[in-house]
Design a protein around this ligand. Sequence first.
Ligand SMILES: [Mg+2]
Length: 282
Amino acid sequence: MFLVVHTDLDATLLDHDTYSWEPAQEALSLLREKSIPLILNSSKTLAEMKVISAELDLTYPLVCENGSFIAFPNGGYFSQRTIENHFTNIEKGAGYTLCHLGISRTQFLAKIHQLRENNPLYEFEGYADWDSETISKYTGLPSEMAERSSARNGTEPIHWHGTDEDFQQFKQELTSHELKAVSGGRFTHISGLSDKATGLDELKRLYQATQSNKKIMTIALGDSPNDLGMLNAADIAIVIPNHTTLSPHAPDVIHAKSKGPKGWNESMMEVLHALLNQMESM
Ligand SMILES: [Mg+2]
């Protein structure tokens, strides 16, 4: 058995208010000790995620912008050859190889702007239209953080100003271009068709290719509806409690008793002890 862990960040590994993962330290150390890959799988951009990954002292691939792409650190576990054999839509970034799991933002921006130009009822504005000051205002982030959030490769957050009816029509047009629009808290996100679960599946496939004699077992942790697909795709789903109650249909589902990193730690310790005992007795 070869374990791979996928985790959401906000309100899952990171505390909702303080962004601290300190309460998860014990389980993080155990993962490190056992060399179990910990994959950060988040709606955040690569620029945001690589800071967190470095702080956690991780060198694993990152699933960014809600599964839009996987960023493989140069010189990491997977060779350039393995990566290029598995993915076709590849972009080189600073220190990383970006593998798009759908249409990249560079590829679709012109298309959505053309749709807007052709139809005056498609009234929207997005990151591509805003300067950093405006992005700071809309996200509530200080300028340095707003800058990291605007370094986007896979998704375009927008504000829709038109009617709901026109939005439905816009969404249909997006579908015919292999794009989707998902409404979230502050923004509606336009992206290709992949999601966090696609990121989990693709990495499972890749780990399987390098660990052909072992069974890949995935554990996923998340707190929000946008984590549900990822939780469903895992062998063991750990639901971190939050406003909405998620009911994933993974083979094994665990509901953490505490919120954020404390719940993350308690559930992970429980699962890891059980799995490690099982592996030792095999
Ligand atoms: Mg979350």
